[in-house]
Design a protein around this ligand. Sequence first.
Ligand code: AFP
Length: 300
Amino acid sequence: MVFLRKYLEACGCEPDLIALIRLISRQMDAIRKAFLENQMYEHTLNASGELQAQMDTWADEHLIKVVGESGLVREMASEEQEDIIRFENSRCEYCMVMDPLDGSSLISTNLAVGTIVGIYEKGGVLQPGSKLRAAFYTLFGPLTVLVVSVGKGVQSFAWDPESEHYLLLKDSFSVPEGKQFGTGGVRNDWLPAHTKVIEYFDDQGFKMRYSGSFVADCHQLLVYGGIYTYPGSQKSPNGKLRLLFEANPLGFIITQAGGSITDGTRNIMDIVPEKPHQKTPIYIGSKGIIKKIEEIYSHS
Ligand code: AFP
């Protein structure tokens, strides 16, 4: 059996980076426990549809506290925080971006949600995704799965509650071309280029798969190939998803698995962020499909 720590050591990761990845990925039991407690005891919140907001805040505050106390992170940005957080007393220079609970509106329906994290070696959080030192996500599905890349391909681990370790599931991913797609947004609001992209998928006999949780949909494409997109629209030209907290960490992972990510015209991993909550249209998936999408955009 291969444990997470041993695997990261074998990849040549610095001890502090290993400590940070292990620290965050080990908070998932606490988050799962909070799901249960909120479902059981906060029926009023549940009924009014506020459970997800409550859980977003809980996970955010919990992870910020744990990271702050660790002394491993100098600067941090969270999807749930307006401003960048600085930990002046940190002994490390790592800078971290996170979406503490992606897809949280699915908690009430018990579909898969997860936590997304990106780590820069130093130099602040406003850096292109290509500069990430590591990225990972945990996904709460039938198993709690950790998918990680430290720049040496992509690996997945499953949490074993008995031994309390993450055990290696798969040590190498390569995104298959695949023939399925999921698109966010509302058809009436799509831009003409996106409509053409979807028509192309329909013509090619692609199958529709969309859960409403970016992290779960990306995990699906890591395994089965195809594409996830949340496009820009007439009302929101930059779409819905955040460059720092969603696009970059998942873009890093999918790129490491041989896939690609674009906003339609350029590789998202090269975008220099101007502000923490910057949004971007997203097409993420297997290389051939992304190439085709950029081609469709260039003729639109
Ligand atoms: P929540 O975390 O607020 O549920 O948002 C999830 C998300 O950012 C992303 O994970 C989904 O792919 C996307 O929004 C779903 O958006 P739609 O509900 O508009 O399809």
